[in-house]
Design a protein around this ligand. Structure first.
Ligand SMILES: [Cu+2]
Length: 321
């Protein structure tokens, strides 16, 4: 299969881009339905029943426009930069105690203002929760439990004082995939670390993970991660979240969030291939979760995305067309 075809089927199946950016998540698949909008419209109508006919009309035409045309402004915005988007809001409920295990609780409220309780399962989970220090050196990827009334909770220990960003990555039932981000503060003396230097190799315990491939803005960039242990290639990786690896990329400077997933592979290593589309040049931090010996480990990298040679660049991923 040629690269374009491979990318095409990949994009169709997984819609890998910044929070469904570039219209992918919106254009294809079942997530393109818009019940959240409907309920928002219904709510708006009842709230605004006092308004003049003229006002109603302009609201209606605005709604119609939103239904008919892709929302360029929001779809071009990377995920994770907003605490509220498309009527959904991430609400942290628990303060953090630095260095102590915290039963951290939060809700995601929907367009009706109430906690969302129905989610689509994506990569084995209804919601993925990622917490990263603002200096991009600490990374946690956890899976909270939800009460029937929509309160999520998870044990969280933020090891050092500082500013953190929490990301909730989810798709409400019948809605679009979203990544909402909220700041968390861990009190204390804060010494931010410099961004780790660019590196193609990451050591985690007895494991070494090497990275091949370049990040080029505006195109699906192939990244190959190769896992070895004590110098030997690992060929019996265990599935984790429905794949042999799970990669999160964050842009240095604003922590824009890119969730990427591997090309489907029957092989349990040593290579895991991902396609990532970054929205701009700049430095990115990549965090690879992989499972081996019944333990999940995280390898991390700093990669600089450069414009590359425009003539040599492949066109943007076909996004399922
Ligand atoms: Cu997850």
């Amino acid at each position: 299969m040629n690269t374009a075809a491979k990318l095409g089927s990949y994009a169709l199946g997984l819609a890998v881009v910044f929070g469904g950016a570039l219209g992918v998540g919106r254009a294809v698949g079942p997530v393109a339905q818009k019940p959240p909008k409907e309920s928002h419209a219904a709510m708006a109508e009842s709230q605004e029943s006092q308004e003049s006919q003229e006002n109603q009309k302009s609201h209606e035409s605005q709604e119609r426009q939103e239904h008919d045309t892709p929302k360029q402004a929001s779809s071009d915005t990377p995920g994770g930069l907003q605490v509220s988007e498309n009527g959904y809001t991430l609400n942290p409920l628990t303060p953090i105690e630095t260095g102590k295990a915290t039963d951290f609780r939060f809700t995601v409220t929907g367009p009706n203002g109430r906690p969302v309780t129905d989610y689509q399962v994506e990569h084995d989970k209804k919601l993925h929760f990622i917490v990263v220090s603002r200096d991009l050196t600490t990374f946690l990827h956890v899976h909270p439990e939800m009460t029937p009334d929509g309160i999520w909770s998870v044990g969280l220990t933020l090891p050092e004082a500082g500013a953190y960003r929490a990301f909730a990555d989810f798709a409400p039932t019948g809605g679009e995939k979203l990544t909402l981000g909220a700041d968390l503060q861990a009190a204390g003396d804060y010494r931010p670390k410099p961004l780790p230097e660019s590196s193609r190799s990451s050591k985690v315990g007895d494991y070494t993970v090497s990275l091949d491939g370049d990040l080029v803005p505006g195109r699906a960039s192939k990244l190959t991660l190769t896992v070895s242990k004590d110098g030997e290639p690992v060929t019996d990786l265990q599935p984790y979240l429905g794949a042999y690896g799970h990669l999160v990329a964050l842009r240095a400077g604003d922590l824009a969030y890119l969730h990427v997933h591997p090309e489907q592979s029957e092989k349990a290593g040593p290579r895991i291939t991902f396609y990532a589309e970054v929205p701009s040049v700049g430095d990115y931090r990549l965090f690879l979760d992989f499972k081996h010996g019944d333990e999940v480990r995280t390898a991390d990298f700093t990669v600089r995305a450069t414009q590359g040679d425009a003539d040599a660049a492949e066109p943007s991923a076909p996004h399922g067309h």
